[in-house]
Ligand binder design. Structure first.
Ligand code: IMP
Length: 176
């Protein structure tokens, strides 16, 4: 099945069932590890909104949810700079923070954000990413939990966009 997002066509890459199966597994792992910690789940907008909605519904213990908005992408490539368009108002001091990210590409966005976060003295920063492109990583990041490792290809769907389009699909599509 193919979809169109702005001026490009994309083909089905990770079907909905596979995505949701993996999200359940991630949820189980987070539950085992963090159910006594009252963690703060911190989503990176815009791309993580769908992943956050689904992963948080697999967790039935006390937690908080917040979002920050960072951006480094324009079209289908990284600009090399990270802007904080909505910054974190909540105190993270002494808290267990679980960052919920859609995709790690070069790692610039998350590396930069984690450095900022660590300067605010959280107890732990744990990074969960639905997708990661290991070949594209250029920064010294450690991803604690990855949904799927994918090749260096541009993908949309399930929160991820191309020029703002394609976020609404319940599956991951790769560029044709
Ligand atoms: P990084 O800073 O290079 O790791 O890029 C991370 C951000 O770029 C992600 O949060 C996405 O918003 C965007 N991005 C990277 N790769 C893709 C992709 O394949 N599709 C859609 N967005 C992407």
């Amino acid at each position: 099945m193919k979809i169109k997002a702005d001026d490009k066509e994309f083909e089905l890459y990770i079907p909905s069932e596979e995505l949701h199966q993996r999200i359940q597994e991630i949820g189980q792992q987070l539950s085992q590890q963090f159910k006594e910690e009252k963690p703060l789940l911190l989503g990176i907008l815009n791309g993580s909104f769908m992943f956050m909605a689904d992963i948080s519904r697999t967790l039935d213990f006390e937690l908080e949810i917040e979002f920050v908005k960072l951006s480094s992408y324009s079209g289908d490539s990284s600009t090399g700079q990270v802007s904080h368009e909505i910054s974190l108002k909540k105190s993270v001091e002494g808290r267990t923070i679980i960052i919920v990210e859609d995709i790690i590409d070069t790692g610039l966005t998350i590396y930069n954000f984690i450095e900022t976060l660590k300067s605010k003295n959280p107890k732990t920063v744990y990074l969960v990413a639905l997708l990661s492109k290991p070949v594209a990583h250029q920064f010294p990041i450690h991803i604690d939990l990855v949904g799927f490792e994918i090749p260096n290809e541009f993908v949309v769907g399930y929160g991820l966009d191309y020029n703002g389009f394609g976020r609404n699909y319940d599956a991951i599509y790769k560029v044709c």
